[in-house]
Design a protein around this ligand. Structure first.
Ligand code: 6PG
Length: 249
């Protein structure tokens, strides 16, 4: 059963998300010497850019220089392109760190298939002996259609059970060419934190959390095998939920 936290505003959700990441990082660094984190694009970029640096300053031992950062999905555009998720994180968040983390960059200059193969190889090397790699935390968004990462409703990628990373060139959300973590990799994580804010997400959040739709939309297929799943919603995104979801921590 997933945990659901509802926050009065996107800003309060962002602060809570940042604190969860900082605390998970401190715990992972203390226990294993590193923290492995996957990031998504879209509105998550400015949210983390604003909230994560102060949270890290407040949590001793959360040291981003001990992190391994990867991307749950990436658009295949040049890094300097405004649609590049990696480029946006480099400019808005990573540039704030005096000692930045190790980052697995998607080589967008390669074609989709080659970029996916290269990125999967980078991941397997970064997680020796782990098949599939188990990220400490993966931060995911959800689209109004229920997509997450770059896994879209009805897409063949939802059936992928072997590859860790796959690619598509027909993304309904532009840009069309992307690489994405697949469900086996997403569901191997220790912690899946799924963020949804704004009224446009309220209908799909109700569909995901309260209606057992068949087939489930991609975000409803997030079921960590042994890890934890937590939804972080602002009040607008939770507006159509009929139950009494947990209030923010
Ligand atoms: C991407 C994202 C994508 C995003 C959702 C929600 O690169 O497009 O990874 O999965 O998380 O589309 O985006 P918003 O939070 O901006 O609505």
């Amino acid at each position: 059963m997933a945990a659901v936290s509802v926050f009065p505003s996107q800003s309060e959700l962002g602060a809570a998300l940042a604190r969860l990441v900082a605390e998970a990082a401190a715990e992972a660094v203390a226990s294993s010497g590193r923290f492995t984190l996957g990031l998504s694009g879209g509105s998550m970029v400015p949210l983390l850019a604003r909230e994560l640096p102060p949270a890290l300053r407040a949590v001793p031992g959360s040291d981003p220089s001990r992190w391994l950062v990867a991307f749950c999905d990436e658009r295949l555009v040049p890094p300097e392109h405004p649609e590049s998720t990696g480029g946006a994180y480099r400019a808005q968040l990573l540039s704030q760190f005096d000692a930045p983390p190790e980052v697995l960059w998607v080589r967008s200059e390669l074609g989709p298939a080659e970029a996916a193969r290269d990125y999967e190889e980078q991941l397997r090397k970064a997680f020796p002996g782990q098949a599939p790699p188990r990220f400490d935390a993966l931060l995911l968004g959800v689209g109004p259609d229920g997509h997450t990462a770059s896994l879209f409703p009805g897409h063949a990628l939802l059936q992928e059970q072997d590859s860790l990373i796959s690619f598509l060139d027909d993304s309904p959300k532009p840009p069309p060419q992307r690489v994405t973590m697949t469900l086996p990799l997403l569901n191997a994580a220790q912690s899946l934190l799924v963020v949804a804010t704004g009224a446009s997400k309220a209908p799909v959040i109700k569909r995901i959390l309260e209606q057992q739709e068949q087939p489930p939309v991609p975000a409803a297929r997030l079921r960590p095998r042994s890890g934890r799943l937590r939804w972080l919603l602002d009040r607008e995104a939770a507006a159509e939920l009929s139950g009494d979801p947990g209030k923010g921590p």
